[in-house]
Unconditional design. Structure first.
Length: 269
């Protein structure tokens, strides 16, 4: 068995990789559960902590869960087994499993989920949809979402078909005429319909996100901008698999895996 590493070392790396100052004000990021001085030998990445993921982590003797979606997320006055979140947290604590969540810091950072989405779609001239103030030592613009240019214009339906293949989903939701030409693309992972206006302001022909509400879809249709909804899970999960590979390469003395129990709760019939 490997000797492991101090959890603080791994937290410092994750902070450098996805700085917590990039997180949205409403978010809960960083080390959420655990002792920064505990020893870590096994890490598991997951998009979301669910009861199945908890059982998988406990069975695998995982010391650290790097979970994109925070647990806990909202402030709570009680921690009991009467709630799903409380039951999961108590089980993880009993088994010494720490939780670190990069969430919106990982969405927005230089090598974050939105950057990866843009690069996978082979966009050029990639920039943040919304630039955030950054420390003086940061030379490149950072911020929320991304937009960029396709090398050649394609139809909305062609781009949707390409996205289905890239992100391994059986179907996506599309708003707009299938034949409308797309070259400038805006995107934001997860549930990011609120950034539609920013994509329109940047002159995007299409906005890609995970999910949004009905009225945002109507607004996109009325404004003539195409929209592709990948599904929340599909828009983010791929990056957590990649993060497991990157953590394994950075810390070769540790056993690092991506959760196999992490699943999209939504299915189509």
């Amino acid at each position: 068995m490997n000797d492991g590493l101090n959890l603080r070392v791994i937290c410092d790396y994750l902070e450098t990789f996805a700085p917590t100052w990039l997180a949205e004000p409403w978010d809960n990021v960083g080390l959420l559960v655990g002792d920064a001085d505990q020893t870590v030998r096994r890490i598991m990445t997951t998009l979301t902590i669910t009861p199945s993921v908890v059982e998988e982590a406990v069975a695998a003797n995982v010391d650290l869960l790097v979970a994109h979606h925070p647990l806990p997320f909202h402030a709570s006055k009680r921690l009991t087994t009467e709630t799903t979140a409380g039951a999961m947290l108590l089980r993880l604590v009993r088994h010494g499993v720490a939780i670190y969540s990069p969430h919106t810091s990982f969405d927005s950072c230089r090598a974050g989920i939105n950057q990866r989405l843009a690069e996978n779609l082979e966009l050029g001239q990639i920039e943040p949809l919304v630039v955030k103030p950054a420390p003086e030592e940061i030379e490149h613009p950072v911020g929320v979402g991304r937009f960029g240019l396709l090398a050649d214009a394609v139809s909305l339906d062609e781009l949707a078909t390409q996205a289905k293949s890239l992100f391994e989903v059986a179907q996506v939701q599309v708003i707009g005429r299938g034949d409308q030409p797309i070259q400038k693309v805006g995107l934001a992972c997860g549930s990011a319909g609120g950034f539609l206006e920013m994509a329109i302001a940047q002159g995007c022909d299409c906005f890609i996100t995970g999910e949004t509400n009905f009225h945002t879809c109507l607004e996109a249709e009325a404004r003539g901008i195409g929209m592709i909804l990948l599904g929340h899970y599909a828009s983010e999960r791929f990056a957590l698999r990649q993060l497991a590979e990157e953590l394994a390469a950075t810390f070769p003395q540790l056993a690092v895996t991506a959760s196999q129990a992490d699943r999209d709760p939504v299915r189509f019939v």
